[in-house]
Write a protein that binds this ligand. Structure first.
Ligand SMILES: Cc1ncc(COP(=O)(O)O)c(C=O)c1O
Length: 164
């Protein structure tokens, strides 16, 4: 996060003509390629230096995924009650309806409530947004079960990495 806030990187005008920003394009392309190689993902795309902008970009990618796979009607975004407020705002901006998933007394996603909620929205769930590490600062032990339950219902998982 620190280097991309240096003025040498961050000072560029947001509406600069692309032909005057070829060096930035090369930097971004190289970093995306390296991150995809390092992680094993098919592709990586970089977003501006703000959590909320990453959320909106991620949810728009999820919408596009559903549109391309016969899931245009999927418009429910599940958000744990512990989430940062920008999660719900981004979901609404992406055209989704927010459904809140409960957390237990320790602040972890309530897996039983998630499963019940998924049963209610099996046909229209688009995504779950999960903060990992969580809002209370831990790597929730059930995260793999949480992701599997959402995938099983046809949804995608947006990981909010603002606490890393
Ligand atoms: C978990 C979480 N998600 C999203 C955000 C929003 O990030 P930003 O303020 O950079 O848009 C924050 C900000 O503190 C956050 O803590």
């Amino acid at each position: 996060m620190e280097p991309i806030s240096w003025p040498e990187f961050a000072g560029i005008h947001p509406f600069v003509p692309p032909e005057q920003a070829r060096g930035y394009a090369a930097l971004i392309d190289d970093l995306e390629t390296w991150l995809a190689e390092a992680t094993g993902y098919d592709a990586v795309s970089l977003q501006p230096n703000a959590g909320a902008q990453g959320e909106l970009a991620g949810l728009l990618a999820i919408r596009a995924y559903h549109d391309a796979n016969g899931g245009t009607h999927r418009d429910v975004c599940l958000i744990p009650s512990s989430a940062h407020g920008t999660n719900a705002a981004s979901a609404v901006m992406a055209g989704m309806k927010v459904v809140v998933v409960r957390c237990d007394d320790d602040g972890n996603v309530d897996l039983d409530h998630l499963r019940t909620t998924l049963d209610q929205h099996r046909d229209d769930v688009a995504a779950l947004m999960i903060t990992y590490p969580s809002t209370h600062g831990v790597y929730e032990a059930t995260v793999a079960d949480v992701c599997a339950a959402v995938h099983d219902a046809g949804g995608q998982v947006y990981v909010d990495g603002a606490r890393t």
